[in-house]
Write a protein of this length. Structure first.
Length: 445
């Protein structure tokens, strides 16, 4: 009987095993790697890059001669035929009213020189491919930045839950003590009601903090393009006070490195180079174009009694030539294109300066926040220690009847607030410090 019971229990546990399956623990690097691979915005940027690369290959192939073959097969009906030369140029050897003619040719064209427009177009298309790659990198870094911010918020909110749980345990103990003190007449029912309300408030705070975590996880799943209802959780790394107290890099060092590393800066530099090539291509419209053509052709006709092969040989011809096209007047079209290309370059230069200003402002904000939060963390840590000792003393005095409920609740509120401020300053310091490193070297730990 005992053996049968074990078998039944084993079967139940086996069938219920999916219920005990833990959700995958997503590390920060897991989130970033998955987002870069699956995010739709990044995928579309990659498609744009592939399209630009096709244009680049086509412009390279345009340097080679083009080659084409053609044939035409015609049937002619001449009701009033006469001997000799027909109106279509064939020498008739018969007087058939219906004739069949075939023409066969192979021709080639090659642009020898067109003011280097073709070669500059290759360079321009190559820069377009690089610009598409930079656009993809910009999208990836923007998503990485958002993921890090949400990840830190989840870590902070998780610790906030633990603080609220600790507060709840204390409230429950105080409520139990209050019931005992009520029985011996040391406090009133109104005092006990306040202790019960404090315990209920702590329970509410836990639920609220847990909802915050769920909301941050929902936003993180949206960034990762995850649409299923599977359990989603993140790895909780170890965060220490030393991480928050790490040395903050110098503002100018971060900015100077970002100028060399950030893809948005490289992207505007790329567009300025494209503008230079567009100007050269536009100016080349005023230069002559030299091109070469060559071809071979032959023909057959049913009006000739010679064999088909003989006709192909007799009518075979080879030709070729060089043509020069010299632009004289294009109704100001070339000058307009040149001027608009110059204007576009100036526009990109202004965009670059604006982006540099925006970049500096962003880095400066992270730098100021890192320094401010680090200073706040130092002060908040001391404040937490002081508030904790004060609350512990108030708790002892309350048990002895030396302090009332209001004083106890006030002391506890101060301690919880100090602990929350310490946690927030700690995680905000870590976040801003990591973002400075990210802008400095493009690496997120």
């Amino acid at each position: 009987m005992r053996h049968i019971t074990k078998i039944i229990l084993a079967g139940i546990l086996t069938s219920a095993s999916p219920l005990f399956t833990q959700a995958k623990q997503w590390s920060l690097q897991d989130c970033i790697s998955y987002a870069i691979k699956n995010n739709i915005t990044i995928q579309k940027a990659q498609l744009t890059k592939q399209s630009a690369y096709e244009d680049y290959l086509q412009s390279k192939a345009a340097l080679l001669p083009s080659l084409s073959a053609s044939t035409s097969q015609n049937i002619n009906y001449t009701p009033w035929v006469a001997s000799g030369i027909s109106s279509d140029g064939y020498t008739r050897s018969s007087i058939d009213k219906t004739s069949y003619n075939g023409i066969y040719s192979v021709s080639g064209n090659w642009t020898i020189w067109n003011g280097n427009r073709n070669r500059n177009q290759i360079k321009l298309n190559k820069l377009t491919v690089e610009a598409a790659e930079l656009d993809s990198a910009i999208q990836a870094q923007n998503i990485e930045e958002q993921i890090v911010q949400l990840y830190i918020q989840i870590l902070y909110s998780n610790e906030a839950i633990e603080v609220n749980k600790e507060s709840l345990r204390t409230s429950q103990l105080n409520e139990e003590r209050g019931k005992t003190m009520l029985n011996v007449g040391k406090i009133s029912k109104a005092d006990l009601a306040q202790l019960t309300a404090q315990r209920a408030q702590d329970e509410y705070n836990i639920v609220s903090a847990e909802n915050n975590v769920k909301n941050y996880k929902r936003q993180l799943k949206a960034l990762l393009q995850i649409t299923n209802d599977d359990n989603f959780d993140i790895t909780i790394p170890t965060t220490t006070d030393e991480m928050a107290m790490a040395e903050i890099p110098a503002l100018n060092d971060v900015y100077n490195s970002a100028l060399n590393n950030r893809p948005e800066i490289k992207n505007y530099l790329n567009h300025i180079k494209q503008s230079d090539l567009n100007i050269k291509i536009a100016k080349a419209n005023k230069l002559p174009t030299v091109s070469a053509t060559a071809g071979i052709s032959t023909s057959t006709t049913s009006m000739n009694n010679n064999p088909w092969g003989t006709q192909l040989k007799d009518n075979f011809s080879v030709g070729g030539g060089i043509s020069v096209s010299i632009p004289i007047s294009d109704n100001r079209n070339s000058k307009t294109i040149i001027n608009k290309a110059l204007i576009q370059k100036e526009n990109y230069i202004l965009d670059l300066k604006n982006q540099q200003t925006t970049l500096y402002s962003t880095i400066e904000n992270y730098w100021l926040q890192a320094n401010t939060n680090q200073s706040q963390f130092k002060a908040a840590k001391l404040n937490t220690e002081s508030a904790q000792k004060s609350y512990e003393l108030l708790n002892e005095q309350f048990n002895l009847g030396l302090k009332n409920i209001i004083e106890l609740r006030t002391g506890k509120d101060k301690y919880i607030m100090a602990k929350q401020n310490e946690l927030q300053a700690k995680y905000m310091t870590i976040l801003n410090h990591d973002m400075l490193k990210f802008y400095q070297n493009g690496i997120i730990k």
